[in-house]
Design a protein around this ligand. Structure first.
Ligand code: 5GP
Length: 198
């Protein structure tokens, strides 16, 4: 059945991540990835492949957080719709982030509500952890954050990201509904429809 969804294949996404990783590695050099689940998990894992240090052959760690917009949860009130983000999973003590360069990864930036929440809450956690350090050591230990999304929808956003956060995308797209391969039960049908659309 025809619909107006735009279908992305695993290969499409892999190549967008490969391309974006060149800039991310030369400009930001992350040493940890924070995947926003569930949509950020596959992209984060692929990104790690391209960020692997060829000299040390060392993989950078992936940490996971789970976030859900209230609108996708049952029992949501009218006021909560699209406004509030629910943590379904969060990091352990964020000391693991102090002094690091953390790349936050999600599949798509739609209204930006989720990304804004992730960045500002992680920054708050870091500031709390910094209080345990002597004042002179805090600036050096403050976590640097950057964001990568496979797709950014070109549309008015509900929030801006905090200033100074590098922002990387695989592709800029119109305000369309994107179907990701990991959401599909019939991957052959998905790939066939994606190929026909091309
Ligand atoms: P936000 O509005 O907070 O930027 O987007 C939150 C989440 O909504 C995304 O992480 C994603 O899970 C979901 N979402 C938004 N737009 C799309 C889309 O076009 N396709 C799919 N599959 N999920 C989307």
């Amino acid at each position: 059945m025809a619909d107006d969804h735009v279908r992305c294949t695993y290969n499409d996404i892999h190549k967008l991540i490969a391309k974006a990783s060149e800039r991310i590695q030369s400009e930001f050099k992350p040493d940890v990835i924070i995947a926003i689940g569930g949509g950020g998990f596959f992209p984060a894992r692929v990104m790690r492949t391209f960020l692997k240090d060829p000299a040390t052959k060392r993989n950078i760690p992936i940490q996971a957080i789970g976030l859900s917009l209230y609108e996708s949860l049952p029992g949501t009130t009218e006021e909560q719709l699209g406004q509030t983000v629910l943590r379904t999973q969060w990091l352990g003590p964020s000391k693991a982030l102090l002094g690091r360069r953390a790349l936050i990864v999600d599949e798509v930036d739609d209204s930006r509500t989720t990304l804004h929440y992730a960045v500002t809450e992680l920054q708050k956690d870091v500031e709390t952890e910094l209080l345990a350090l002597p004042e002179a050591e805090r600036d050096a230990a403050r976590t640097q954050f950057a964001v990568f999304v496979v797709h950014n929808k070109l549309k008015p956003k509900a929030h801006d990201l905090p200033k100074g956060i590098p922002y990387y995308t695989g592709a800029e797209v119109d305000d369309v509904w994107l179907d990701y391969p990991w959401e599909m039960k019939d991957i052959d049908d998905h790939d066939r429809k994606a190929a026909m659309a091309k």
